[in-house]
Design a protein around this ligand. Structure first.
Ligand code: PEP
Length: 255
């Protein structure tokens, strides 16, 4: 049995004040019922972690970060390590988001190293995979997704996803308002589970695979209703508490 999960990726948005307000709205409403059936995570900008962590204390909403360094400490200007994030109460870290891969030079290898460091710090990586429109149109969706997953097996071994979450985020659907159809998403999710199962059957059956890419309150129920879609990684719609909570409610209804 996999508990559905909805994670909000706040990206580079908000102020100290608005981050606290958004976290408070999510925490206060979710405690009133939804959170019994869905795991809710918010991932603010790293400089807002302390204040958001204080708001979430004693609530069931979990804290996540948007990236982590593969190194523990040292001469790595601008980076934040997994153990530092753990000190702030982070239970999840998004790794390999397509914006990191396309804008900041993250590679399969560096994402896998980050994944490994996060897991070693006792935090759950949310490992993002997904194809570009070119990849999809040239029939390479699964080759790309499998090479991204393979990098984790290469770095961490057969049980590299044992304490992890995978987010399937087709790059062409992120922030574009274009969503993969539920059938398109289900097809890839099922193949991701099969790919992991070939290495470790039990991990695959327990693995939560989130869909990300313009999920919103109108399309969430149909997407999360598919058998291999265990929730969502939400960008734009995570910045409005009402929209985010409506998605959480859709996920809770599937539990
Ligand atoms: C994301 O950035 O992870 C994402 C899914 O964004 P959006 O929901 O805005 O497409």
């Amino acid at each position: 049995m996999r508990t559905p999960m909805v994670a909000g990726n706040w990206k580079l948005n908000g102020s100290r004040e608005s981050a606290v307000t958004l976290a408070s709205e999510i925490a206060s409403t979710s405690v009133a019922g939804i959170a019994d059936n869905v795991e809710i995570v918010v991932c603010p900008v790293s400089v807002h972690l302390a204040e958001v962590s204080a708001v979430l204390k004693s609530t069931s909403v979990k804290l996540g970060a948007q990236n982590a360094c593969a190194e523990e400490k040292g001469a790595f200007t601008g980076e934040v390590s997994a153990s530092m994030l753990a000190e702030f109460g982070c239970e999840y870290v998004i790794i390999g988001h397509s914006e990191r891969r396309s804008l900041f030079g993250d590679t399969n290898e560096s994402c896998a190293a980050r994944h490994k460091a996060v897991a070693a710090a006792g935090i759950t990586p949310i490992f993002c995979v997904g194809e570009t429109l070119d990849d999809r149109e040239s029939g390479n969706t699964m080759a790309v997704v499998e090479s991204q997953l393979q990098s984790v097996f290469d770095a961490c071994g057969d049980n590299g996803f044992a304490s992890a979450v995978v987010a399937y985020e087709p790059v062409w659907a992120i922030g574009t308002g274009k969503t993969a159809t539920p059938d398109q998403a289900q097809e890839v999710h099922a193949q991701i589970r099969d790919f992991v199962a070939a290495r470790d059957q039990q991990t695959a059956s327990l693995l939560r695979i989130l869909y990300g890419g313009s999920m919103n309150p109108r399309n969430a129920a149909e997407l999360i209703g598919k058998p291999d879609i265990d929730g969502g990684l939400i960008g734009g719609a995570a910045l409005k508490s009402a929209d985010f909570l409506a998605i959480c409610q859709a996920a809770a209804a599937q539990a």
